[in-house]
Design a binder for this molecule. Structure first.
Ligand code: PLP
Length: 406
């Protein structure tokens, strides 16, 4: 149901998962794995986290959906507004893709402009207008990278290189008044972990002076890199933020929100259409609210930082001893070990990684009971359920795996 799980990037057959608890997955054959995917981000508190399971159970007993307003929706919305500094008003949807798609429509509706800017290697879900890639440092008119995305749709998307602050400034000097939105990952996870430079963040902020709407895609980073996401951690001030993953506590939820005057363009307050039969679903809002309340009341961020720093140090040591060329990028509990001979700051370098070596590393780790994301171009996620022992076992597995793969 999603190609990210198909093991296409590492070869072989995907494992079928039977159940999970805390930091562990079990496959159908009963093998246990230390899980560093965490459902691709949502399970920051670990699997089957008791308050989340209880919240879902309680909600389900009252009915699984009403199609009418509920207090649960307001509670989740209030938690989001409380935690994410730039969000004054928020709308709940069913996935990160929907959040990104709706944010783009809102930006176009609010500005009356067509063009959007995205960055090569950033992923915002399978929205037609965002499913385009280029890859050069210069602004290019994008070509679709999936059949079914029309050239007409793709032509309104400008693809720039991540961290190319000067390129972004030049683009806005020339065409800033035509651009509805700039969409970006504040810390990129979808080409592996890549961090923004301070200059790039300045250039992103400067785009707002042209009346363009700055849309921060925190689907992956939201509630992970700090209670208020990457924007709080890095001092980024977007107009609109897209959320997903953790906001639903493992159930299908996305959200987009931001400045009240911009959000007031969305129907029924304004004219920009967006709707959903199951948006604000009671099970989903219960799981999301239980997760965000736990993150607010017992913040795990210091522990995540310590565990992740321990993992980083151990992996660096193992990689150095293996003699293999590598680059390791980490921000908080997101980490990627790139099989790269150069620092990775944008897709240009990420695309030159040795992905075949990554595939061998992935399988060598699976055979040692560690489940990593099954592509070089993903972030590994540490959860609050991991223990120091899990981290040390992972480092020991990596030591063996890296010397084995050569
Ligand atoms: N935006 C980012 C940054 C993502 O990482 C993802 C998914 O990985 C999405 C959007 C799409 O979210 P979803 O898979 O929930 O549609």
């Amino acid at each position: 149901n999603s190609p990210a799980r198909a093991f296409g990037a590492v070869g072989g057959e995907p494992l079928f998962i039977d159940r999970a608890e805390g930091a562990y997955l079990w496959d159908l054959d009963g093998n246990r794995y230390i899980d560093f995917i965490g459902s691709w981000g949502p399970m920051i508190l670990g699997h089957a986290f008791p308050p989340v399971v209880e919240a879902i159970r309680t909600a389900a007993e009252r009915s699984t959906s009403y199609g009418a307003p509920t207090v649960g929706e307001s509670e989740l919305a209030e938690l989001i507004i409380q935690l994410v500094p730039s969000i004054q008003k928020v709308r709940l949807v069913n996935s990160g893709t929907e959040a990104a798609m709706s944010a783009i429509r809102l930006a176009r509706g609010a500005t009356g402009r067509d063009l959007i800017v995205k960055f090569a290697g950033n992923y915002h879900g399978h929205v037609d207008s965002l499913l385009v890639a280029a890859g050069s440092a210069a602004a290019t008119l994008a070509v679709p990278n999936s059949p079914g995305v029309t050239a007409g749709t793709a032509k309104d998307t400008i693809v720039m290189a991540y961290n190319d602050a000067d390129g972004l400034r030049r683009l806005f000097a020339e065409r800033g008044e035509q651009i509805a939105a700039v969409m970006f990952e504040p810390v990129c996870g979808n080409m592996g972990v890549v961090t923004p430079t301070a200059d790039f963040i300045d250039a992103l902020h400067a785009t707002k002076r042209h009346g363009s709407i700055l849309v921060c895609d925190e689907v992956m980073t939201g509630f992970r890199l700090s209670p208020g996401g990457a924007q709080q951690r890095l001092g980024i001030e977007p107009d609109v933020t897209a959320l997903g993953k953790i906001v639903g506590g493992g159930l299908p939820v996305g959200a987009y929100g931001g400045r009240a005057d911009i959000m007031d363009h969305v129907l029924p307050a304004g004219p920009v259409f967006q709707a959903g039969t199951l948006s604000g679903n009671p099970l989903a809002t219960a799981a999301g609210a239980a997760t965000l309340a736990a993150l607010r009341d017992n913040p795990p961020y210091e522990r995540l930082e310590a565990l992740s720093a321990r993992l980083e140090a151990g992996l660096r040591g193992a990689a150095e001893r293996s003699g293999l060329p590598f680059t390791l990028n980490r921000v908080g509990s997101m980490l990627t070990l790139f099989f790269s001979t150069e620092p990775v700051t944008a897709w240009a370098q990420a695309s030159r990684c040795d992905t075949e070596r990554f595939g061998r590393y992935f399988w060598a780790m699976i055979h040692r009971g560690v489940y990593l994301p099954c592509s070089q171009y993903e972030a590994l996620f540490v959860s609050a359920a991991h223990t120091e022992q899990d981290i040390d076992e992972t480092i020991a597995a990596a030591e063996e795996a890296l010397s084995e793969i050569g």
